[in-house]
Ligand binder design. Structure first.
Ligand code: CA
Length: 242
């Protein structure tokens, strides 16, 4: 999955340079010159990360970061602040406002991309192409395959056939293992923002996912947490199981 990055920067030359480099790195880019433009864009399309300049014409980047953190729809978006300021106090203000990282101008494109990758890996592991292996289950996002080792022969794993939604669901759950996710959170993060489908849809796909896992005796990895939602766990949480 390609990460969508919203670049909020009022200096055209810098905005262009960033956009060009990020596109080359394989990201999908949305650009805004002002906070009001950034607001409009993020109301339409929820970005996976915001690259936010500190000094903007209509509102400071710090205030926009605070606003994103206050609203439930945008509160989990990773934010990297860009600034020409180098004083320690500004760094603290930016991080207090909820920024995940901080880059001081001038920066090299290589540094910028390294920081973006690090933040995305930490905050949105489900959009990375990194292979995840948990409890004999190996999920490969690049090939969309899931391998399961049951017998003693490491050369002979079973390959699970999952539909695209179940695959994304399992990827998300495995990338955030041991955490409980509500149905609404799963809809937002797996189905996408602005989808108007019922919470019950999540249950349907969880059931399908469990059924496939059942064929290899792994259905207990996807657990129902009564009154809360679902979690992927290698622990035996029987008190929470339904
Ligand atoms: Ca600026």
């Amino acid at each position: 999955m390609t990460a969508k990055i919203l670049v909020v920067e009022d200096e055209p030359a810098i905005q262009e340079l960033i956009a060009l480099n990020l596109k080359q790195a394989g990201y999908s880019i949305l650009c805004a010159d002002t906070v009001s433009q950034a607001n409009k864009i993020s109301n339409d399309i929820l970005p996976d990360l915001v690259l936010l300049d500190w000094m903007l014409p209509d509102m400071s980047g710090v205030d926009f970061a605070k606003k994103l953190r206050r609203e439930s729809r945008t509160k989990d978006i990773p934010i990297i602040m860009l600034t020409a300021r180098t004083q320690e106090i500004d760094k603290i203000t930016g991080l207090d406002a909820g920024a995940d990282d901080y880059i001081t101008k001038p920066f090299s494109p290589r540094e910028l991309i390294a920081r973006i990758k690090a933040v995305l890996r930490r905050r949105l592991p489900e959009i990375s192409d990194e292979i995840i292996e948990i409890d004999g289950l190996k999920l490969d996002p690049a090939t969309h395959r899931i391998y399961v080792w049951q017998g003693d022969d490491p050369a002979q794993p079973a390959v699970l056939a999952l539909g695209p939604t179940e695959f994304r669901l399992l990827h998300f759950l495995m990338a955030h293992k041991e955490r409980v996710h509500t149905r609404t959170q799963l809809l937002d993060r797996v189905w996408g923002d602005h989808v108007f489908i019922e919470d019950r849809t999540v249950d349907v796909h969880i059931r399908r996912l469990r059924k496939v896992l059942e064929s290899v005796g792994k259905e207990n990895l996807v657990q129902t947490v009564r009154g809360s939602g679902y979690r992927f766990s290698v622990e035996n949480n029987e008190e929470n199981m339904e």
